[in-house]
Design a protein around this ligand. Structure first.
Ligand SMILES: CC(C)(COP(=O)(O)OP(=O)(O)OC[C@H]1O[C@@H](n2cnc3c(N)ncnc32)[C@H](O)[C@@H]1OP(=O)(O)O)[C@@H](O)C(=O)NCCC(=O)NCCS
Length: 221
């Protein structure tokens, strides 16, 4: 008998609990389980109930995450909450409890090997993140969104489905770039701003502003 000298490599999957159990969580779950190195153990939510066909058991209330993680031998979570401010709070709270944050990356996403991805970020199906882009923590790069070269997307931002961000753009913390919006090159969008669905951003956007239309203009309340 010939004895192989090739060592056997056993990959022990990372056990992860998803925080959030609604539609966005369902999408993130599929992306998480695309990684052979991740095993989703279940989800927690505000009311302890999950969406139908969530695809993973609901383990209890999100406020009990520390005890639930301990009981299930889990060291990392993935916060799958679409609202940026709520996601930010949940990520901070889990971090304070000593829990780490996994990355959810769909196998159908294209992410340059020169991109930096922060913990807790979701890169969903059809998304493209090009060379030398920097994506912060807890960011959502949603279905078919594109972030071109050298962009910087700060923590807890959300680039919604089909949005296109050209090269060299800076997007501030917590900002939403709405569905199908376009952002021209080298612009800067301030923190906690909102770019309305379908807008074309041709100038810098101040912090906290909401802009809509083509070309995008500040929505006066
Ligand atoms: C821009 C946005 C935040 C405004 O929401 P809002 O504060 O509730 O504003 P309203 O719906 O009251 O609309 C206010 C005015 O702006 C207009 N408006 C709203 N959204 C617009 C948009 N995307 N483009 C152009 N005009 C828009 C409305 O028609 C309305 O105009 P009127 O006063 O002349 O009737 C919202 O419409 C939007 O586009 N959100 C993005 C949603 C998204 O992409 N989510 C991601 C999910 S994955």
């Amino acid at each position: 008998m010939q004895v192989s000298t090739v060592p056997t490599v056993v990959v022990v999957p990372l056990r992860v609990i998803v925080v959030g159990a609604q539609g966005h969580a369902r999408v993130c779950l599929e992306a998480l389980t695309d990684e052979a190195t991740i095993q989703v153990v279940g989800a927690v939510s505000r009311d302890g109930v999950g969406a139908p066909d969530l695809g993973t058991p609901t383990l209890g209330l999100d406020v009990d995450i520390a005890a639930i993680a301990l009981a299930h031998r889990v060291e990392k979570v993935f916060v799958a909450i679409g609202i940026n401010e709520t996601r930010r709070s949940a990520i901070h709270r889990c971090a304070e409890l000593g829990l780490g944050h996994a990355i959810a990356r769909s196998r159908f996403a294209m992410v340059s090997h020169t991109t930096l991805l922060g913990a807790g970020t979701a890169i969903l199906a059809g998304a493209t993140v090009n060379a030398a882009a920097t994506i912060g923590r807890g960011v959502i790069v949603n279905t078919n969104a594109a972030i071109d070269h050298d962009c910087v997307v700060d923590d807890f931002a959300h680039i919604a489905p089909g949005a296109i961000v050209a090269g060299g753009v800076t997007i501030g913390e917590g900002t939403l770039v709405g569905i199908g919006a376009r952002v021209l090159p080298n612009l800067s969008i301030g923190a906690w701003a909102t770019v309305g669905a379908g807008a074309v951003v041709t100038r810098d956007v101040p912090e906290g502003a909401t802009v809509v239309g083509i070309p995008a203009r500040i929505l006066e309340r």
